[in-house]
Design a binder for this molecule. Sequence first.
Ligand SMILES: Cc1cc2nc3c(=O)[nH]c(=O)nc-3n(C[C@H](O)[C@H](O)[C@H](O)COP(=O)(O)OP(=O)(O)OC[C@H]3O[C@@H](n4cnc5c(N)ncnc54)[C@H](O)[C@@H]3O)c2cc1C
Length: 444
Amino acid sequence: MHKSTLLIASIFALAHFAFVAPFVPLANILPAGLGALSMSSMALSLTLAARWRPVDRIMGGPDKSYVAHRWLGFFALGGALGHWALASSVGAGVLPVLADSGEDFGTLAAIGLLVMTAAAVVRAIPYHLWKASHMLMGPIFVLAAYHTFFVASPLAVGAAPWTLMAVVSVVGLIAWIQTLLRKRSPTRLLTVSQVLPFEGGVDVTLDSDVPLPPYRPGQFATIAFNKARAEAHPFTIAGGNEWSRRFIVRAAGDWTDTFVRNVAEGDTFRLGRGVGRFLPQVHAARSAQLWVAGGVGITPFLAALEQMKPDEGAQVTLVYCTRNRASAGGIEDVERHAARLPQVHLVVLSDEDGSRLTKERLTQMVRSMPSKTQAYVCGPEGLQSLVTSAWKGAAMNSRVHSERFDFRGAYGLTEIVYIGKPVLEAARDWATRARNAPNASAGT
Ligand SMILES: Cc1cc2nc3c(=O)[nH]c(=O)nc-3n(C[C@H](O)[C@H](O)[C@H](O)COP(=O)(O)OP(=O)(O)OC[C@H]3O[C@@H](n4cnc5c(N)ncnc54)[C@H](O)[C@@H]3O)c2cc1C
């Protein structure tokens, strides 16, 4: 987590304790502050999930909204569990007859939040099951709001924190209703006109009978099978015009496996509108660009190349990291565009012939670029951190724009090993030192 983000998060958390302190007895400041933190974190998390365009724009795109959404979820859970552990009833409550149910609903909300957050972080739970269950976060928020207003609490009706909780509850509720409505946002029916399989994936083009709204290179859209209540999955638009859309899809799980194995010309799919704020610069007045793609992460850059015209503008360096040529969907078109665009310098790397992208190699490339160069990376987590560290290593001060292909960010074995490894190593070192300690005293 960036230092600035950590600072904002700490101020956000501590502000809740400072805000309630003048309005509750000393003994209640901690539980009341934790409760307030949990409520506003949930409301903000619901607001980010509502995907209002201005909010997505402020956040820098849906994938960034989902990262903040996830962290606010952890704040909400931490606040709720701390509040649950420390809070005790004070007074009779605004409507004494509802005070007991207020308490019970609070407990239900805390348990619900715990279970839902656990389901969100365990990758073993299939995405579509988790996504369906995650919709219960709305009712859990309603239970927590009921608890906030009807439990026997030290907060006086109309006091500033009480009013804040009222505003937070209304905002959270409206955001949840927006999320429910968004699920009904119109999609368009398109027909598959071309299927180009490649190793581990498929390159498809879909045609529309009606003109499609324009999209910006880098944006993504959801694709769903043309049947009621079908699951919608996001894919970056890899190209297309007013009448067509191109996607390059890698088999990564149950839905994409089925799609890659079975998609055929004539099939129909429902397409969402183009969204997202990962927008590599394609206009001639652009600053110099570094584009780094890993595997299907080439899709936003392929769309950008397609919309570019030959110009004398600043150079675009595109580094395309592939496993091998057979699994590099769209590579022929990437090379064709690079050949027709003098402003584009293409570097294709392949694990198979050992030409992997290393930090040293990238740092060297970046060192030869103008200081105002803008960097865009789309690919797996490891590639993103490699580019970010090479960028910092070359003392470039502009930020690295990145797109995550995984909104959920759940933890599987790899993440747990990645997180757990340093802990295990520290424990092993400690055990070794402890084991050797008596010998040291025996030697003296
Ligand atoms: C902004 C964005 C752009 C993407 N662009 C491409 C692309 O151009 N080409 C491509 O091959 N893949 C792309 N992906 C990834 C693609 O959406 C997932 O691989 C696909 O949804 C996996 O679904 P599954 O059921 O096959 O796999 P699962 O086993 O269910 O999931 C595999 C991974 O995909 C994620 N995922 C699953 N379903 C969804 C969903 N509905 N929404 C978001 N994430 C999901 C899960 O968190 C999990 O990490 C993109 C993802 C995002 C978020």
